[in-house]
Design a protein around this ligand. Sequence first.
Ligand code: ATP
Length: 603
Amino acid sequence: MSGVRSCFLGTRGNLLLVAFTTVVVLLVAQAFDYSLLDRATSWVIYGLLALSMSFVWGKLGIFSFGQTAFFAVSAYGYGITVGNIGGTAGSLVGIVVGIGAATLVATLLGYCMFYGGITDLFVAIVTMAMTLILGIMVTSMSGPQWKVGDVPIGGYNGMAGIRPLEFGTEMLSGYTLFVVVVLVALAAYVAIRVLLSRPLGRIVLATADNETRAELLGFDVRAYRLIGFAIGGAVAGVAGVLFASWQQIVTPDLFALSLAGSVAIWVLVGGRTSLGGAFVGAVLINAINSYSDRLTIGGSAPLAGHGPIALGVILIVFVLVLPNGLVPGAGSLVKRLLNRAGPDVSDQPSYDLKALPGLFPRRTEGPVPQLRAAAVSKHFGGVRAVEHVDLSLDRGVRSLIGPNGAGKSTFFAVLTGRLAPTSGRVHLGERDVTRMRPYKRARLGVGLKMQAPCVFPTLSVQENIWLAAYSADRNAARATARSRELSGWLGLTLPADLAGAQSHGTQQVLEVMMVLAARPGVVLLDEPAAGMTSNETAALADAIRDLGRERTVVVVEHDMEFVESLESDVTLLVEGSVFLEGSMEDLRADQRVLDIYLGRAVS
Ligand SMILES: Nc1ncnc2c1ncn2[C@@H]1O[C@H](COP(=O)(O)OP(=O)(O)OP(=O)(O)O)[C@@H](O)[C@H]1O
């Protein structure tokens, strides 16, 4: 799970700190000699590359091991462009071509991966494989026939003589280049932070935090991943342009495993959940490498060329001692020193759940469409979890009961699109939604509260509700007002009130509120009373009855007292099939039902 919080100073404090650090760096750099200035410029460029990986890995939860491919593609794109078009125009076009090429490659690769269902470790493997393949291709382009316009690709030897960025009569070099690089890095950092505070960024963070909940709220996780990945590619592209301009030669080494691994280590050392940590890690490790190379003892340089060994040692130390990296580690330390511990959640707060429906305005979306399962089956290999279920769900409350393993949760998963049925159809009103993805069904008004609490754990309670409210009508101002109001009702309005840190019961209530804030017509509640006090359970039953007046509410429960208090029709599932339908009295009067619940065989 990716942690999406990194700061102990708050956004404004962090930005002030960054601005202050930038001014100090620029002032101090005036005293650097040429050699140090030159090296420091490269460290900041590497920091920018690390920032792109930190964003993709730490914030989006996508381990893009081959992030350097976008950096290298951009560097080559810039080099080719400025070799063909000179002057300021060439620089400007080179910037666009370099960043554009990196973004395009990231978009194409991201599309293939995310829409092709590739996740987790396989993303790392695919991105790395693509980087190595590009490297092999570029290495093989060594003959004179391999040129673009007037610029030879250069094969193994690389593309030499790249013109630096130039504006007017000035070619960027020395202190001016350093200033530009630092300001661009600062701008990229601030832009990413601003993006993350906007609706798009919040949703991107949410998809990393809990993909299932994001999808159930109607967000197309694949699309948001792709957007985030493309932005990460663009930032790596910015670094690539600066690198080509600074080094004035690019070689296939930019596609090598060693650089890709180094970037991952910079990010790990700085702290992958901290954007600022990317710069700290990159600058620190490159500075250590640089000085260890130059260290002389008795006329010889014992550490020269042993950078990889030093990197390996640093990595092992960090994984063992400071697994979250330097910046988050320092943040926790300061927090501890200031004694700013998180809120105490050991006490289970009590909520007047009877008031719950009153918090959600009446539906204005028109009549609730009927949700209908027609001969639905879902098999897992030989396990027939759901078998030929026909069920029509109309406005009002319906209870779905059955012993453990009867197929209730699996049936919900088929209704919401989380699982495709083995056979049968699912209809929502007139529409056949059998093959429709969960986010689309959510947009059509199907909401699900899962059996185990399914919220965005590393986001605050208020942010959780904001995302749900925003999913209803995509209005940020309204979502902010709703999230303040509803989190106020829960008494959890602080940024430090993380959803994942709340008690089980509070998370249950929060999840129900999120489902309702998304304004669904069909509300599926899987064991909503679990973890609640008896008073809350009774109040929840009142609330559900109330919600059923204008919505379709289906409740899966084991607590028969609770089911009885819902005064609803009951459907009994046994071994995946509908065994009986009727009122609670009907079921109680049936000896076979008693036998099922007492575990006795039923013919
Ligand atoms: N992903 C899966 N892979 C294989 N078998 C599964 C999977 N999900 C569920 N099952 C099996 O399908 C059957 C139905 O499970 P399901 O969780 O739907 O039952 P349930 O009625 O919700 O049970 P409970 O009341 O205990 O939550 C069980 O035998 C379960 O082991």
